[in-house]
Design a protein around this ligand. Structure first.
Ligand code: ADP
Ligand code: MG
Length: 729
């Protein structure tokens, strides 16, 4: 496929996909949530008493009885059928990085030879998808394949096309979670309970704490025609070979640049569809790498935000195809330029509207603010290895530790102002707290400027940065289900807050005043978790060494990082917060190791095939052309003259021979390495073998393929090149 041909492919795409998107006649505020059975719609469609019951259920207070569910289902059906819906599906998040659905029609026999539409409470509340084909890590062997999905009323149902989608958890009959949502809900419950207990020390009226998540989704777009000509992209989501384009992102001209027309049309279409599904899209812009973009909604309650992210990723892929693009969510589709992440902005808020993160007006507010900051840091410090384990994957590994993304070490950046406050507090003495005659609290905390919220200095190299009124967990992968990170973070923070409250209670039981007790403990904890605070350059070599000295987890091998889930501290933490039992952690780790192995295995296979079927034959053909030319020179010129004139070609012939023979022999080694690894019974050991022997060989061989790309005639080169994939729109 020559460059000219490749251009044709793109031209066709332009013709097929005009940049116009039909604009809806309504404003976004009017069509927002059009396809969601929201509280508003419930109020409209449900009898009043049932509506009241449902609100209680959704807010976590009550359990749903079947009679209520029947009424709700009937109303949902009426609403959905008005939109042309004929099917329902439970929509769940199994441990494959995607979502799953199984559609059933509304129709049932009416007993008189005809059909009627029916949708019962039972169908709404519970289904039994044949679970045997979903990963379960040995929790359920195939002969007891039963798992069931159960409606999560906290996440509203929605309509896509002709189908009513019902967000559900997915669990084994024996109760273990087979998905992301079930443990996420447990973690959110744990952090609610623990944070409420601590918040009540300051504000006795607080009844509930909500965990919020605002994700920022990065992605690449490539032309569909070119994508189809790259078997590696098609099968693995990333290019396994490809030389740097002469121009990539060195000019920094893409970030926040003007959005190309065809891309803008895609974004518009995507946003309209997302808004209709209730995803509060807010921000869109070009990212740092060419053809890389970002979409961010306004933050929401974490469970809903996770559902919305899964839904958005699904939509992105679908809508991209309508515009002749493929949307790449892989963390590192192209070597040498920035990969994609998914920043997870996280915070806690109370039902009384007080932001737990963000300095307040009174000294008490300030101490509350600092308490939650410090206890979050305690959690991140204690479980830094686990948090890393919550975001690693075969694909995210290409991004972490590069010079463009957070390093494979978790640390937290607070900014100079907040750091100064904590340092000051740590050094201050017990006299720092007094109660004056009006019982007004006086703390020796330097005034925290209100501007802090908008004004924190930025450190792009930090994986867990405080950004004014939230922490931003930046190490999450673009392709990942955010739930994984959110389960670990919220559970760990819940544990830290449980401990904190317990220690405060012990001090007050011994006669201490509550605020003095809090201050004392906060001071202790600032000192204890000092190691996690790092405001310097996370990309630097020195940080690697410094972090190891501080006792932070610096392991970079994915299969070994996954071990952190089974550390005693992790098992204990998840047990105390009732999020996972050891058995579940073991099962889930098996899946993680197995998934890692399979990903590398597929890459190795495709890569080997491409080398042997695409690259080596083409290089050899070009080499033969060069050899022919050298021979023909001898026909025309004297031997000496011919040699002189062919010097360059002879050198190329030699280089091609060296590269192709390296590639062929090392692809053999790659196949052997796979064979050896495949024989290993133990899933963990097998993943380690894939990491240590198979993955590095791919990278080594790739260098030679990329060299050949620079040598071989462009007319012959079989794969679209980086400059085409990345710059043609
Ligand atoms: P950035 O400068 O990091 O790109 P944005 O303004 O794009 O920041 O916001 C990133 C995300 O952070 C958005 O989803 C936004 O709604 C979310 N966010 C803002 N405040 C909070 C908060 N208190 N808690 C959680 N997420 C928040
Ligand atoms: Mg951000």
């Amino acid at each position: 496929m020559s460059s000219a041909l490749r251009f044709q492919v793109v031209g066709e795409a332009f013709k097929k996909h005009p940049v116009e998107v039909k604009a809806p006649t309504e404003r976004p505020s009017e069509f927002f949530g059009k396809y969601v059975f929201s509280r508003q719609k419930m109020a409209q469609y449900l009898p009043e008493d049932v509506y009241t019951k449902m609100i209680a259920v959704m807010d976590g207070g009550a359990t749903l009885d079947l009679a209520t569910a029947d009424v709700v289902a009937e109303s949902m059906k009426r609403w959905a059928m008005d939109l042309g819906v004929t099917h329902i599906t439970h929509w769940f998040q199994p441990l494959t990085e995607g979502t799953a659905e199984k559609h059933d029609g509304f129709v049932v026999h009416d007993g008189h030879g005809g059909m009627i539409e029916e949708f019962t409470g039972k169908q709404l509340v519970q289904q039994e998808p044949d679970a045997s084909s979903f990963p379960s890590g040995g929790i359920r062997s195939t002969f007891e394949a039963r798992g069931y999905s159960a409606w999560d009323p906290a996440s509203p149902v929605f309509v896509i096309g002709d189908t009513l989608m019902i967000p559900t958890i997915f669990i084994a009959y024996t109760g273990e979670a087979l998905d992301y949502k079930a443990p996420l809900k447990k973690a959110l419950h744990a952090v609610d309970k623990a944070a409420t207990a601590v918040a009540q020390l300051f504000y006795p009226d607080v009844k509930k704490v909500v965990s919020n998540l605002g994700w920022e989704q990065e992605y690449f777009l490539v032309d569909e025609g070119l994508y189809a000509a790259r078997p590696d992209l098609l099968m693995t989501g990333r290019t396994l070979m490809g030389h740097d384009s002469a121009k990539n992102q060195q000019m920094d001209d893409h970030y926040f640049g003007s959005i190309p027309e065809r891309v803008a049309a895609f974004m518009r279409d995507l946003e309209i569809q997302a808004l209709e599904l209730g995803i509060p899209c807010k921000t869109r812009h070009n990212e740092a790498a060419p053809n890389q973009f970002e979409l961010a909604p306004i933050y929401e309650e974490t469970n809903l935000a996770v559902d919305h992210n899964m839904l958005l990723m699904m939509l992105m892929k679908k809508v991209a195809r309508h515009h002749g693009f493929r949307c790449l969510l892989h963390e590192k589709p192209f070597a040498g330029i920035n990969g994609s992440g998914k920043h997870n902005n996280w915070s806690l808020t109370t039902d009384t509207g007080i932001l737990l993160h963000g300095p307040g007006r009174t000294q008490k507010d300030n101490l509350r603010f600092i308490t939650f900051i410090v206890e979050t840091l305690m959690a991140v410090w204690r479980h830094n290895g686990l948090l890393k384990a919550s975001i690693v994957s075969a694909s995210n590994a290409h991004r972490l530790g590069g010079y463009e993304a957070p390093p494979a070490i978790i640390s937290s950046f607070l900014g100079t102002q907040l750091s100064a406050v904590l340092d000051h507090l740590e050094k201050s003495t017990d006299d720092a707290i007094t109660l004056d005659s009006k019982h007004e609290l006086r703390l020796d905390i330097p005034q925290i400027p209100e501007l802090l919220i908008d004004n924190t200095d930025r450190n792009r190299t930090s994986p867990f940065a405080f950004t004014g009124n939230r922490f931003e967990f930046r190490a999450v992968g673009s392709e990942a289900n955010c739930a994984s990170a959110m389960i670990a973070l919220n559970s760990a923070v819940a544990e830290a807050l449980m401990d904190f409250r317990k220690r405060v209670d012990e001090l007050t039981a011994a006669g201490s005043d509550t605020m003095s007790a809090i201050l004392k403990l906060v001071r202790q904890d600032i000192a204890a978790c000092r190691a996690i605070r790092f405001d310097g350059n996370g990309y630097s070599q020195e940080w690697q060494q410094e972090a190891a000295r501080r006792g932070l987890d610096t392991e970079g091998s994915v299969p070994l990082v996954i071990d952190r889930y089974l550390d005693d501290e992790s098992v204990e933490m998840f047990a105390r917060t009732h999020v996972f039992e050891r058995k579940e952690l073991e099962a889930r780790n098996e899946i993680k190791w197995d998934t890692y192995t399979k990903k590398i295995q597929i890459e190795a296979r495709i890569f080997g095939d491409l080398c042997i079927n695409h690259i080596v034959p083409v290089a050899t053909r070009y080499q033969s052309q060069l050899i022919d030319s050298v021979h023909k020179m001898l026909d025309i010129f004297s031997a000496e003259k011919a040699r002189e004139l062919s010097a360059n070609n002879i050198s190329l012939i030699e280089q091609i021979a060296e590269h192709t023979s390296f590639i062929t022999s090392n692809v053999d080694k790659l196949i052997d390495a796979r064979r050896v690894a495949n024989r290993i019974e133990d899933v963990r050991q097998r993943a380690i073998a894939y990491h240590d022997t198979v993955a590095p060989l791919i990278e080594t061989i790739r260098k030679h393929v990329d060299k050949l790309e620079l040598i071989v005639d462009d007319e012959l080169w079989p794969l679209p090149k980086y400059r085409e994939l990345l710059f043609i729109r």
